[in-house]
Structure formats: structure tokens, C-alpha cells
Write a new protein. Structure first.
Length: 78
């Protein structure tokens, strides 16, 4: 058996204070910014956030809170 399984919640907690991209359900936009905090429901608090439409940078949003059940994907920015 595999002994080193990493739960998704632990992976997201490890991304705190790094830049991430969040894809929202039922929307073509993605949000990119610095992850400030996350809770057990995967609600995200992000700072320095801006919209991405396709590969273009959209408007600046600043500080946002995204409810966990609206999130489709979370990815670190390379």
C-alpha cells in the first residue's frame, strides 16, 4: 500500500502565502492572487487578486473571499 497519500485539504493548506489560480464553477473567469487563509470547508481568503479571462489579465479585485463550494480547481502559479 501507499503510505504517502496527501489529502487535498493539506495540499491547499501548504499553499498559504503563495500565488494560486482558482477556477470558479459556472464561469469562464479564473482568479489569481495570493492565498492568505483557508478553512476546513475550503473557503479561500485571497489578496492582490485579479481576474483572468483566457490568458489576459482583467480587472483588479484586491481582497476576496471565495466560498469553497463554488471552486472548481485550485492550482499554484508556476
Amino acid at each position: 500500500m501507499v503510505n504517502s497519500i496527501v489529502l487535498p485539504i493539506k495540499k491547499v493548506f501548504s499553499l498559504v502565502d503563495s500565488k494560486i489560480t482558482v477556477e470558479i464553477k459556472d464561469d469562464v473567469r479564473k482568479l489569481q492572487g495570493r492565498l492568505v487563509a483557508v478553512d476546513e470547508y475550503l473557503n479561500l481568503h485571497m489578496d492582490e487578486t485579479f481576474e483572468m479571462t483566457g490568458d489576459k489579465r482583467g480587472r483588479n479585485l484586491g481582497t476576496v473571499v471565495i466560498r469553497g463550494n463554488n471552486i472548481l480547481s485550485i492550482a499554484p502559479v508556476a
